[in-house]
Write a protein that binds this ligand. Structure first.
Ligand SMILES: *[C@@H]1O[C@H](CO)[C@@H](O)[C@H](O)[C@H]1NC(C)=O
Ligand SMILES: *[C@@H]1O[C@H](CO)[C@@H](O)[C@H](O)[C@H]1NC(C)=O
Ligand SMILES: *[C@@H]1O[C@H](CO)[C@@H](O)[C@H](O)[C@H]1NC(C)=O
Ligand SMILES: CC(=O)N[C@H]1CO[C@H](CO)[C@@H](O)[C@@H]1O
Ligand SMILES: [Cu+2]
Length: 586
């Protein structure tokens, strides 16, 4: 491995700073201590704001009562948002069909399976970012200023031109466009099966962490009434709710806080390896509450934090009946009392409040940060939201948690056309010991694609974590599932060899991957968009480059330019620079 030499990085930094000015246009807020940020969060009374329901936007039209394709225009706006009763309103970036209706998170788009949707994503953002960003990581830097953005539909199966490629960014009015920009209007075929929840979010090169922190994300649900109605799950806007979890820190004036001093400021003036906020927001409110009836509800939970994992449970031990994960159903429900949600991971669950003997249930979080070996959450980040259960049963609950859900193609590891080793590296500054950047396979994002699967095939990816963190793996387009998680023995020897050769096969991965085997939890055994990668382990992942509900080929040319990407979904890692091209071939 060739870590970026400090001198080279420093020179690059000087050149870039001279060229664009530090964080082009961002005005740093007043200095603030960790203590002050925590005090602001601690001053917010919990459970005083009602859980917001984001506006619903239909991703289809009705023609003579039948669903038909439609075209939406959704903009990104600078907007005022109030994160808590006791915080002043503050500036965010938000998605909406208009400036007035834009929200944090954005509207929930409801699509129908088999009904294509076109969306023109418009950038109405000002010249200046509201959060700091770092010009020394691989990043989109427009010559004429402005905030570069591009929208990726996470979990979506769609053509590469509509994938929100990191270099397909654009500024306000499409004034300036990145090198792989092809079209202002994205096509979402919605051919994939219903279940779980997708989400759209910014994906601009090197800016994802700041753009999402500012609010550029929203949920997207694909439904198929004919296939789903027989399941009998809770349905309707009141009973089937999206919960978007995100940790954020606030200044006393209510504005969003992001540290603008890097851990290695000589290398990267602003970049830090992980953002952790002191407050937990759900649907844009810090620690909200939701009154519920004494019956079943369906919750589609998305973790939209930059780096925080959530290990969620209900304070009275009531189970989550997990019915899906990411954008798929499970074959059958799995009841769990604790639900570990990685960044960008989603779970689709049913909670039956009629089983609760308490009138109030807190959703609590016990996941250490960084996950898995970091600090335990405190009295603040250990709480998420509260459900207030109505005393009496007001109406009959005809919903159920069915014994069987939907089926998909089998995992069939033996069908793999190709086996690849994917290795996660973290590089440190020798003087400070702090991370300077992260790479996949020791390669930069701009290096030529090395993962070039054939459309329609199955592959096995052996993902090796050589770092101290759990890196949630996310592939665009493809769906995948972990089938085996095995510890590495004689890890130090293996690491030294990998640092020298960067070649898992020559370093004898088969000989080292014989340690403890950890079972993949049953509620994660479906076709996923994010797989957690435990440190010190090799995670064997079966990846399908085809439609997992039918086994058929994609209904579009997945091998077209500009291709896709795969990356670690800790946003701060993805931005520097744990992201690689994924280029399908015909
Ligand atoms: C911001 O980051 C710097 C450098 O890592 C650190 O010294 C400082 O304490 C951080 N500030 C806060 C408020 O966390
Ligand atoms: C989640 O928290 C519970 C209770 O603290 C613990 O028993 C469980 O091991 C945790 N799960 C994970 C995956 O960390
Ligand atoms: C959300 O996902 C990010 C990236 O995987 C992860 O770092 C973070 O811990 C997750 N947060 C939650 C609440 O799951
Ligand atoms: C294979 C490997 O090196 N894994 C690392 C993953 O992360 C842990 C920390 O949780 C490290 O100790 C391991 O070395
Ligand atoms: Cu990572």
């Amino acid at each position: 491995m060739v870590p970026v030499r400090a001198e080279v990085a420093a020179l690059l930094l000087l050149l870039l700073v001279a060229a664009v000015g530090v964080a082009a246009g961002f005005r740093p807020g007043p200095p603030v201590s960790e203590d002050t940020l925590e005090k602001v969060a601690a001053s917010l009374e919990m459970y005083v704001d009602l859980l917001p329901q984001m506006p619903k936007v239909l991703g289809y039209s009705l023609k003579y009562g039948r669903p038909a394709p439609t075209h939406l225009t959704i903009g990104m706006y600078q907007k005022k948002w109030k994160f808590h009763r006791d915080l002043p309103v503050t500036t965010v970036f938000a998605f909406g069909t208009s400036a007035e209706s834009a929200t944090f998170p954005g509207p929930t788009i409801e699509a129908l399976q088999g009904v294509p949707l076109w969306v023109t994503w418009e950038n109405h953002l000002p010249d200046r970012h509201i959060l700091p960003w770092d010009p020394t990581v691989p990043v989109a830097i427009p010559r004429a200023g402005g905030v570069p953005t591009v929208v990726h539909l996470h979990g979506g199966v769609h053509p590469p031109q509509s994938d929100g490629h990191a270099n397909a960014w654009f500024t306000a009015g499409f004034r300036e466009r990145g090198p792989t920009w092809t079209t202002p209007t994205y096509a979402y075929p919605n051919a994939q099966s219903p279940g779980g929840v997708l989400w759209y979010h910014d994906h601009a090169l090197g800016l994802t962490r700041a753009n999402l922190l500012a609010g550029l994300l929203g949920a997207y649900v694909i439904r198929n009434p004919a296939a789903e109605a027989p399941l009998g799950l809770p349905c309707g806007d009141a009973l089937d709710r999206v919960l978007v979890l995100a940790d954020r820190s606030f200044y006393a004036d209510g504005s969003l806080y992001m540290n603008c001093t890097g851990d290695n400021p000589g290398v990267h003036p602003q970049w830090q390896p992980e953002y952790f906020g002191d407050a937990v927001t759900v649907n844009g409110k810090a620690w909200p509450f939701l009154p519920v009836a004494r019956r079943r509800y369906r919750f589609r939970i998305i973790n939209a934090s930059n780096a925080r994992f959530f290990n969620l449970s209900l304070s009275n031990g009531l189970p989550f009946h997990v019915i899906g994960s990411d954008a798929s159903y499970l074959p059958r429900p799995v009841a769990v009392t604790h639900l570990l949600v990685a960044v960008a991971e989603a779970f689709d669950v049913v909670v039956d409040f009629s089983e609760s003997s308490e009138a109030e249930l807190e959703v609590v979080n016990t996941a250490p940060y960084p996950y898995p070996d970091g600090d335990s959450p405190d009295h603040l980040t250990g709480k998420v939201m509260k459900f207030v259960v109505a005393p009496a049963r007001l109406w009959d609950d005809h919903s159920r948690v069915p014994a069987r859900l939907l089926d998909y193609v089998k995992v069939a590891e033996e069908e793999a056309a190709q086996r690849r080793y994917i290795v996660m590296y973290e590089y440190e500054d020798e003087a400070t010991g702090n991370p300077t950047h992260l790479y996949i396979n020791g390669k930069r994002p701009e290096d030529p694609a090395t993962e070039t699967p054939r459309a329609g095939t199955t592959e096995v990816w052996e993902v090796i974590n050589l770092t101290a963190d759990n890196h949630p793996l996310h592939l665009h387009l493809a769906t995948f599932q972990a089938v085996r998680v095995r510890g590495l023995v004689e890890l130090e020897e293996f690491k030294r060899c990998m640092e020298r050769l960067n070649d898992a096969a020559r370093c004898g991965v088969a000989r080292h991957a014989v340690g403890e085997e950890v079972a993949v939890p049953e509620h994660e055994r479906t076709w996923k968009n994010v797989v957690k990668l435990a440190p010190g382990f090799v995670t064997t992942v079966v990846v399908k480059f085809l439609m997992v509900d039918t086994g058929r080929a994609y209904p579009f040319d997945a091998a077209a330019e500009p291709g896709y990407v795969y990356h670690c979904h800790i946003l701060d890692h993805e931005d520097n620079a744990m992201i690689r091209p994924l280029k399908l071939i015909r």
